[in-house]
Design a protein around this ligand. Sequence first.
Ligand SMILES: Nc1ncnc2c1ncn2[C@@H]1O[C@H](COP(=O)(O)OP(=O)(O)O)[C@@H](O)[C@H]1O
Ligand SMILES: [Mg+2]
Length: 259
Amino acid sequence: MDHKPKIAIQDLTKVFYKKASSVTALEEITMDIEDGEFVCLIGPSGCGKTTLLRILAGLENPSTGTFTIDQGKEDRPLQSMVFQERGVIPWLTVEENVAFGLKMRHLPKQTVKERTAYYLAKVGLGKFAKLYPKELSGGMKQRVSIARAFANDPEILLMDEPFGALDEQNKFILQEELLTIWSETKKTVLFITHSIDEALLLSDRILLMSSQPGRIIAEKIIDLPRPRTMEQVRANQTMADNFVEIWNHLQDEVQGSRV
Ligand SMILES: Nc1ncnc2c1ncn2[C@@H]1O[C@H](COP(=O)(O)OP(=O)(O)O)[C@@H](O)[C@H]1O
Ligand SMILES: [Mg+2]
């Protein structure tokens, strides 16, 4: 049997045109992501990370190049996206937010109810099902987004700095919750972060991007056993070396773009 990656991106370039000028946001991106893999994408601000996720989510078209997402199971959505902020619908309750995609797909009422309750419990929001987003903290809103994304049962999950706006304590808790749910569901995840610590904790593999135009310039396999904790990441010499190496790469990219 021939092998098929979950996400295959081939020579993908994205150019934005504005009046007389143009910006090459992404240049010749080629990568494969395996089924069940957790990949983190790190790169300097403006290097095209969000653009890449938006293309994979079908919200933008590539200028040239192609990508495919393997549709494993019929009638499953291809992708769910989790944003840094503003991911929840303000006029829907917590449970309505989580159930939203399932209702749109006209799944049986009982399935919607069960799946919503299951993922709300997973992220510790069982008691808050009837609240509205304005009654929630930032961390709770991100929990709603994560519960909704997993409840949708998509082929792949696209996460754009989902914990970027959270305080450290909340971030640690949500990272652990995410890893727990991921280890149960074995979803393919493409996760953007600007935190090297976060990438080391979460990922099977880290891809590093250059500053604009965004290209993939390095890859690191993170083979620390799971389940992981931040203490283990911090105490591990190889991870410390990885940290410094990635840090230096990013410094070079940021310096290089300041001309
Ligand atoms: N819709 C758009 N129109 C024009 N330029 C855009 C658009 N979206 C993004 N860009 C430009 O593309 C580049 C990459 O942006 P983005 O993907 O948001 O970077 P990142 O998420 O890595 O910070 C930036 O220079 C940004 O200004
Ligand atoms: Mg971005």
